[in-house]
Write a protein that binds this ligand. Structure first.
Ligand code: IMP
Length: 430
């Protein structure tokens, strides 16, 4: 049964949107399995750039059916706005083309208000969340007081549960955080309207996808965020509250383990990070500015959801190897190789050092690496622009050596290399 899982092999923002766009060409279904509108997937088709937060980005292909799985938390306002703006751009999104799990959870303005209040209360220990209410929504899910999409099927009960939730949030906002309470009747009225709009999209996603897989249709599971933001396997507590790793795809869509065919890890040719957290190979100054870009292009290193400048650094192979292990990667997609043009030498972090000890594997997972010094291997750079290159043999020899070294250090073959933001600026290897 052909399930392909596409995961972020780093800390998010690896360029998954464009890889989904490519792999979705051969998929019947494209399914989001984790996170919510904290994600931001950018896909450039011709002159149009789509920035999607919630709807699976593979839906841009007219032949696909999009699925939002039970592992996702949905802000209905974002969902409806996205459906509308896609429709305005000529991409039809209707209940035939988009199915939403009854077991996905809802994000409310209460969750967003709590996210903001909790971040403010953390002060200098703030996580740097996207303030989209992700953590509080998953917290309600885990403590079994969340609001599920399926509750919208019975409106009076949904209304009662929503009001109880909003009153409880108000209690917390006012007593713990001295924050403004929410207007319960106004939020309730809006959410009842959303319920009417969402009803036709609600489905039993696990059954739908399993039947499709049994019939031999290819399903692409589209991960949001990245391995280092995984709740269990990331740089805790600087993580998101879901499971972006490959196992999260099975859990977040209700699929059995036997259907996985490929696990594609998307990694940039260098390292980035949004928000706080350890980053041993981080760069500052001129080199950082050249990797980050100025912010005038959609592909520059500024957050799609928040607009924040991303922290940047050299590619960290200790972390990439870890990611290959946690996800069981079968192949790598290396994005933004073109950004390395003109940098000489190129550095790859191959190990960490602390107190005269050297580590090539993480001794206690990635959350504990703040004090480590990177150990670099230098490789020669290249000067030739790569935007026009479409074949492996046309890459400069130094670029090929860089890719082969990444492959060797990671133990996973590089199957795709992207050399620009356009749909066709990808080299497929092998
Ligand atoms: P939250 O997911 O909004 O709770 O944010 C938790 C952490 O995950 C913060 O460091 C965010 O910057 C980071 N984060 C969440 N979503 C993304 C994403 O799509 N790309 C990169 N970082 C993200």
């Amino acid at each position: 049964m052909p399930l392909d899982i596409l995961v972020g092999a780093q800390g998010g923002d690896e360029g998954k949107g464009r890889m989904v766009d490519l792999l979705a060409q051969k998929a019947g279904f494209v399914a989001r399995y984790n996170g919510g509108d904290n994600a931001g997937h950018t896909v450039t088709v011709g002159k149009q750039t789509f920035k999607l937060h919630l709807v699976p980005s593979g839906l841009i292909h007219p032949h696909t059916i999009g699925v939002i799985g039970n592992g996702v938390v949905i802000n209905p306002e974002t969902l409806m706005n996205e459906i509308e703006s896609l429709s305005r751009a000529g991409v039809t999104v209707n209940p035939q083309r988009l199915r939403i799990s009854h077991a996905a959870h809802l994000i409310t303005p209460g969750h967003r208000a709590l996210d903001a209040a909790q971040e403010a209360a953390r002060g200098r220990q703030a996580i740097g969340t996207t303030l989209r209410g992700i953590g509080p929504a998953y917290a309600d899910k885990v403590t079994r007081q969340g609001l599920r999409v399926g509750q919208m099927l019975e409106l009076p009960r949904f209304e009662a549960a929503l009001k109880a939730h909003l009153h409880q949030v108000n209690e917390r906002l006012t007593t713990i955080y001295s924050a403004e309470p929410l207007d319960v009747p106004a939020v309730t009225a809006r959410y009842l309207e959303f319920a009417h709009q969402m009803l036709p999209y609600i489905a039993e996603v696990s059954h739908l996808l399993t039947e499709a897989l049994r019939a031999g249709q290819r399903v692409l599971a589209e991960g949001a965020q990245g391995t280092l933001l995984d709740l269990d396997h990331g740089t805790y507590p600087f993580v998101t509250s879901s499971y972006p790793t490959a196992a999260g795809a099975l859990l977040g869509l209700g699929l059995g383990v036997g259907c996985v065919e490929r696990v594609v890890g998307v990694t940039k040719a260098f390292q980035t990070r949004v928000g706080a957290g350890p980053f041993p190979s981080e760069l500052h100054g001129e080199l950082a500015a050249s990797l980050r870009g100025t912010g005038e292009h959609p592909w520059d290193e500024y957050g799609t959801t928040t607009g924040r400048p991303r922290r940047v650094g050299w590619l960290d192979m200790v972390l990439l190897r870890y990611s290959a292990r946690i996800n069981g990667l079968t192949e790598l997609a290396l994005t933004k190789l073109d950004i390395l043009t003109g940098l000489d030498p190129l550095r790859i972090c191959v190990a960490y050092r602390e107190n005269n000890r050297q580590y090539t594997e993480l001794p206690y997972g990635p959350d504990d690496i703040g004090a480590f010094q990177p150990v670099y291997e230098d490789l020669p750079g290249w000067r030739q622009e790569l935007w026009q290159v479409r074949r492996w043999e046309d890459l400069p020899q130094e670029a090929r050596s860089y890719i082969l070294r990444v492959e060797e250090l990671c133990g996973v073959p590089v199957r795709y290399v992207s050399v620009g933001p356009e749909r066709d600026q990808v080299i497929e290897i092998g």
